[in-house]
Design a protein around this ligand. Structure first.
Ligand code: DX5
Ligand code: ZN
Length: 214
């Protein structure tokens, strides 16, 4: 299992140092949650902040856009140093055009589905994207409880990919920690986002290593 610590739970007064700490603790990717206060009822940070912390690690930046119009801002996040951009299928932008924009700049593109969105909504795009992110909480806040009933969606997406012979990653985000990672792994999740479980751990390296062992 790959682990992507969510910087949403970091100490924002020293975000660069927090990234270094996660890098040294064994993080595979850095997960950056961008919220616009419109698509979700919370506001975090934008492209300038991501650009400012980009140099603190060589690990991939996995930018999760919880914004209404990802097509409008995709270039800004790519210029800021995103390696992977995931955006919500429930957003207002044209989905095909947004995927094409991201891919045209040699950045990996992924679609995110909220808890009420069915797995098959991403099926028309499976040949065009690099990953699917399945939300295991309602997007907007860290520290929520894991929704195990989202895992059948992971299985459905994995099965459809296998049937079509497409090789894409499935990522899960929300409420993942020592108690829930095993279920996620069994469902076929390739990458787990973890905020609270990693940042609030006494020993973040130990926490990450444990999650990676599944
Ligand atoms: C929620 C974010 C998540 C969140 C995960 O909208 O997308 O990445 O920070 O935090 P935990 O692991 O605390 O649920
Ligand atoms: Zn996220």
């Amino acid at each position: 299992m790959k682990i992507a610590p969510s910087l949403l739970s970091c100490d924002f007064s020293k975000m660069g140092e927090e990234i270094i700490r996660m890098d040294k603790s064994g993080a595979d990717w850095m997960h950056l949650d961008v919220m616009d206060g419109h698509f979700v009822p919370n506001i975090t940070f934008g492209a300038p902040v991501i650009k400012a912390v980009r140099a603190f690690t060589d690990k991939p930046f996995d930018v999760h856009l919880m914004i209404s119009d990802p097509l409008k801002y995709a270039d800004d996040f790519i210029d800021a140093g995103a390696d992977i951009i995931t955006f919500h299928i429930e957003c207002d932008s044209d989905i095909d055009r947004t995927i094409e924009k991201i891919k045209s700049r040699n950045v990996k593109a992924g679609l995110v589905i909220k808890p009420n969105t069915p797995a098959d909504s991403v099926f028309p795009y499976l040949d065009k994207i690099d990953l699917v992110l399945v939300m295991t909480v309602e997007p907007g806040f860290g520290g929520q409880s894991f929704m195990a009933d989202m895992l059948p969606k992971v299985e459905q997406i994995k099965a459809e990919c296998k049937k079509r012979g497409v090789d894409i990653l499935v990522e899960a985000d929300g409420g993942i920690g020592a108690d829930t990672v095993e279920q996620a792994a069994r469902a076929g999740v390739d990458v787990c986002v973890a905020g609270t479980a990693v940042f609030k751990a006494q020993d973040s390296a130990q926490a990450i290593n444990y999650l990676k062992s599944f």
